[in-house]
Design a protein around this ligand. Structure first.
Ligand code: NAP
Length: 254
């Protein structure tokens, strides 16, 4: 770890009570940031706040379902009321309500939900946060997409398409936000061992690794925390509009 790269910064992370989002909050907190974590369920928020506090991290926890505009707005307003602004914004929430060939399983409702949560909510979160990030030294936005955005998957078609859209969202937001001195980048994780991806690795870990991950292991949430921490730091001061892949060597080309 590279010291306290985020000392006194305010970091807001969505979907941060478990998995990748939690690991991002933990890593940014350990590097000195005051972290604001959120997810849909109060009990998950309370448990995560407790765990982070026990590690000496300054943390505030709020309920926020990112699909609800009023939740997103409250998350931002309460963060600003408590800490005065936002230096790091990580949009990490995503859903995948259907699994299987998309021509068979994807209904209009499922399509709307996937794009509302994964793409639309990310955009409007950034839009609402920007007035409180602009012109803050070193301010940075990171959108969490997926290796699936690069690599077609017969079981995750609509989800993967939404993640490809996020690459474009990163590129387009990056040029607009650069005007305010805010860098925008993306993290595209590969297969990471979390509850969300359990179906893909549980009981067939060696199969998953053997076929497609040259490094020979499934990723851990901490692998993602480390990349986000780098992207949010001054070490990445000239990195803008990039979608960084953390996937153990899985192919990632559009
Ligand atoms: P996870 O371990 O299942 O954690 C999901 C977190 O999201 C929980 O804290 C959950 O808490 C919260 N959440 C779920 N729906 C939400 C919503 N609508 N609004 C706010 N919070 C919500 O998931 P993960 O694997 O860490 O995934 C995080 C991100 O990484 C997603 O964008 C996913 O697409 C991406 N990703 C994951 C993998 C992988 O292999 N795991 C690979 C590539 C990309 P509550 O239940 O309390 O809401």
């Amino acid at each position: 770890m590279s010291g306290l790269r985020h000392q006194d910064k305010v970091a807001l992370i969505t979907a941060a009570t478990d998995g990748i989002g939690y690991a991002i909050a933990e890593r940014l907190g350990k590097e000195g940031a005051k972290v604001v974590i959120s997810s849909r369920k109060q009990k998950n928020v309370d448990a995560a706040v407790n765990n982070l506090r026990q590690q000496g991290i300054e943390v505030m926890g709020l309920v926020c379902h990112v699909g609800k505009k009023e939740h997103r707005e409250a998350l931002i307003q309460e963060t600003v009321a408590k800490y005065g602004g936002i230096d790091i914004l990580v949009s990490n929430a995503a859903v995948n309500p259907v699994y299987g060939p998309m021509l068979k399983v994807t209904t209009e409702e499922a399509w709307d939900k996937i794009f509302d949560i994964n793409v639309k909510a990310s955009f409007f979160l950034v839009k609402s946060a920007m007035p409180y990030m602009k012109n803050r030294k070193g301010a940075s936005v990171i959108l969490v997409s997926s290796i699936g955005g690069f690599t077609p998957d017969k079981s995750l078609g609509a989800y993967s398409t939404s993640k490809t859209a996020m690459f474009g969202l990163v590129k387009n937001l990056a040029v607009e936000c650069a005007e305010f001195g805010v860098r925008v980048n993306g993290l595209a994780p590969g297969l990471i061992k979390t509850r969300f991806s359990k179906q893909l690795w549980d009981g067939r870990e060696s199969e998953a690794v053997g076929f497609s991950i040259p490094l020979g292991r499934i990723g851990l949430p901490e692998d993602c925390g480390a990349v986000v921490s780098f992207l949010a730091s001054d070490d990445a001061a000239f990195v803008v509009g990039e979608n960084i892949v953390a996937a153990g060597g899985q192919l990632s080309r559009l």
